[in-house]
Design a binder for this molecule. Structure first.
Ligand code: KG4
Ligand code: ZN
Length: 337
């Protein structure tokens, strides 16, 4: 079965073709980071227009790279939520129109399901069940993943998402949007022990997160130490606090679920210090951490094509699926099978 995946929930247009017999045949992503950089964040209307611009060229590219024709597609999977309504509508309208013209099934995929399943695109992949830490610009969640479509929310952020906290703190430090990677580079030149920052909810006894206070603590530090030389130390202190909390809660989730496999998905999963801390912590439990390939950590069409193909293969696709987008959509609300 050959599935075309379409991702357009935020600021990346991603298309891919996944074949259940031969794996990922092709994928292509166009990032809008440069388009939004001057505004310091994603401008929804510009995002939608850019998705329109790139949808057909990227479709032609993935078909050519896969040596596939439209007639050889068996289904189309498009991200139908959560995300920006206008941006989601572009990919979903395109997917539904294409599927209607080819008379093949189309299904809406939950963006986070794509992220959760993205490590399964790697050769060295986890087996169900596993625990997943989802850390992106919009989400910070710990999930128990029991199988395709079988997810239980274990912990969530009460305020800012991890990526959002990185980006807002980076902005305070005068770094360009999106600042996560830049903050991480700055932190590598700093001393993480010079300033002590709080570890929010570290001992709360549950698996929830809260990062907005950390951002405020950084602001206070910057006011006290406005000199250039302190910036790297403050960045390092922030990164250390984030990594401590994310690692401690992930280890607690593994213990709670009696699991030895942790999957880390989403853009913040690219953070080098977080990777080191998680790998070391999970190894101490005798377990293993699985990261999606770097190109599948951030938004992409491959994870959507894959999640769609798995749903179709397991008969988890609703043939009466109507054309709709769900800008707010709780992953745990997906019907279990
Ligand atoms: O998953 P993603 O590409 O997009 C969604 O939000 O869905 O995640 C983007 C987030 C941004 O907040 C970005 O600053 C953060 O991931 N990020 C990082 C790093 N690389 C990207 N945060 C910390 N360290 C990094 N190396
Ligand atoms: Zn994402």
């Amino acid at each position: 079965m050959r599935v075309l995946g379409i991702e357009s929930s935020c600021d990346e247009t991603g298309l891919a073709i996944f074949d259940t017999e031969n794996g990922l045949l092709s994928h292509a992503v166009h990032s809008q980071i440069a388009l939004h950089a001057e505004y310091g964040g994603v401008v929804p209307e510009l995002a939608s227009r850019d998705h329109i611009r790139y949808m057909i060229p990227l479709m032609r590219q993935v078909l050519a790279d896969a040596g596939t024709t439209l007639a050889q597609l068996d289904a189309i999977a498009c991200t139908s939520g959560p995300g920006l309504a206008g941006a989601l509508l572009v990919g979903t309208a395109f997917g539904h129109a294409l599927a209607a013209s080819l008379d093949i099934p189309v299904l809406g995929v939950h963006h986070l399901e794509g992220h959760l399943l993205s490590p399964l695109l790697s050769a060295d992949r986890p087996t169900f069940p596993f625990v997943a830490l989802l850390v992106s610009g919009g989400h910070t969640q710990l999930m128990a993943v029991r199988g395709t479509g079988r997810y239980e929310l274990l912990g969530d952020t009460l305020d800012d998402a991890a990526g959002e906290a990185f980006d807002k703190t980076a902005q305070l430090l005068g770094l360009p949007y999106p600042g996560g990677a830049a903050l991480s580079s700055l932190a590598e030149q700093g001393n993480p022990s010079r300033f002590g920052l709080p570890r929010p909810l570290l001992h709360s006894g549950d698996l929830d997160f809260s990062f907005s206070g950390l951002k405020t603590a950084v602001l206070n530090l910057l006011r006290k130490h406005p000199d250039e030389a302190s910036r790297a130390d403050i960045a390092a202190a922030f990164q250390a606090a984030m990594c401590d909390v994310l690692t401690a809660k992930s280890l607690a989730a593994l213990k709670q679920q009696a699991s030895q496999q942790l999957v880390v998905a989403g853009g913040v999963g690219a953070n080098r210090q977080l990777r080191q801390a998680l790998t070391a912590g999970v190894a101490k439990l005798g377990g293993k951490v699985f990261y999606p390939e770097l190109q599948f950590c951030t938004d992409n069409g491959a994870m959507i094509a894959y999640a769609g193909a798995m749903r179709l293969q397991h008969g988890m696709h609703d043939p009466t699926d109507v054309f709709t987008v769900r800008p707010r959509w709780d992953l745990a609300s997906l019907a279990p099978v």
